[in-house]
Design a protein around this ligand. Structure first.
Ligand code: ZN
Length: 135
């Protein structure tokens, strides 16, 4: 059987553990009826996602960056579509965008932080090399 290593971007989009790329980092889907929850440790390899106390405070900055991009894009798109000059139109759209993207940003700010902004978190391919060695 061929060994397949999950590409980094794909693993991140699927919100998999950054170390083994097998275990799921979150319980539930981004947009579900139940509030999404992050696992404390990877259910597959046991990696602790919050690598140090308060580590995910840094995710707030990532989340802020994502929000800015989304809000600016939504603002430009609203202008293109409506040509409106009413500030209330933009305010309503931006509030909606912020609410709609909140669960997405919660999840992906943490994923981006772990995958791309924390060099000491390393992918270890051994977990995918031996997918049936689960103890
Ligand atoms: Zn893992």
């Amino acid at each position: 059987m061929a060994i397949t290593h999950t590409p980094k971007v794909k693993a991140m989009m699927a919100s998999k553990c950054p170390k083994c790329r097998v275990g799921k980092m979150f319980v539930g889907s981004t947009y579900g009826f139940r509030r999404q929850r992050m696992n404390d440790i990877c259910p597959y390899c046991g990696f602790r996602f919050e690598i140090e106390p308060g580590y995910f405070y840094a995710a707030m900055y990532v989340s802020y960056g994502l929000s800015v991009v989304q809000v600016v894009a939504a603002g430009l798109l609203t202008y293109e579509l409506t040509k409106s000059e009413s500030p209330w139109v933009y305010l309503a759209v931006l509030m909606g965008i912020i609410l709609i993207f909140a669960p997405f940003n919660f999840r992906y700010s943490r994923l981006i932080l772990l995958y791309y902004l924390t060099p000491k978190v390393k992918y270890n391919p051994k977990y995918e090399d031996h997918p049936y060695d689960e103890a």
